[in-house]
Ligand binder design. Sequence first.
Ligand code: IMP
Ligand code: MG
Length: 181
Amino acid sequence: MNSDIERVLVSEEEIAEANKRLGAQLTKDYAGKNPLFVCILRGAAMFMMDLIKHVDIPMEYDFMDVSSYGGENTVSTGDVRIIKDLDTSLLNRDVVIVEDIIDTGYTLDRLVDLFKTRNAKSIKIVSFLDKPSRRIKHVKVDYNGVKIPDEFVVGYGMDYDERYRNLPYVGVLKQEIYATK
Ligand code: IMP
Ligand code: MG
């Protein structure tokens, strides 16, 4: 698998540093609030599990699966579907949406709108990666791990056609991987 990677964009050390920093900030900002962390499956699963080890206050978490584009496509369509909804009510909750990466912004824009209709007390976003140059929908990312250039990345939960999620770092795939699909 490592041999399919052109280069590493975010190393394991940088990931650990980002998680520590974000966790400490969230610990401070959410003290006394019992926040509900909402992990957006499947990409953000690895990130959330590392992040919350650094969140040193009472909290809860739940999972939601949405899809903005399927299979091999690497471009968002703006069509966001709910595959699996939350089991937890958002009424009066301080919600922290946990995303792997914000790209066009369509996914988070839709989710924030949806969560507002469920009467959350507050809604904030933590995104491990941010590709600001690709934004179409303006979305406020309250907590960001690392900003990256406009490149399709895999690893640390993120996939290309469901593969490479288990890489412990974030990397860019070799061009030939797409070419031979
Ligand atoms: P957005 O709706 O365009 O902001 O896309 C957000 C979603 O697209 C993320 O949650 C990811 O699942 C996926 N995505 C965007 N860029 C990448 C990438 O470079 N690698 C893997 N998945 C990506
Ligand atoms: Mg995602």
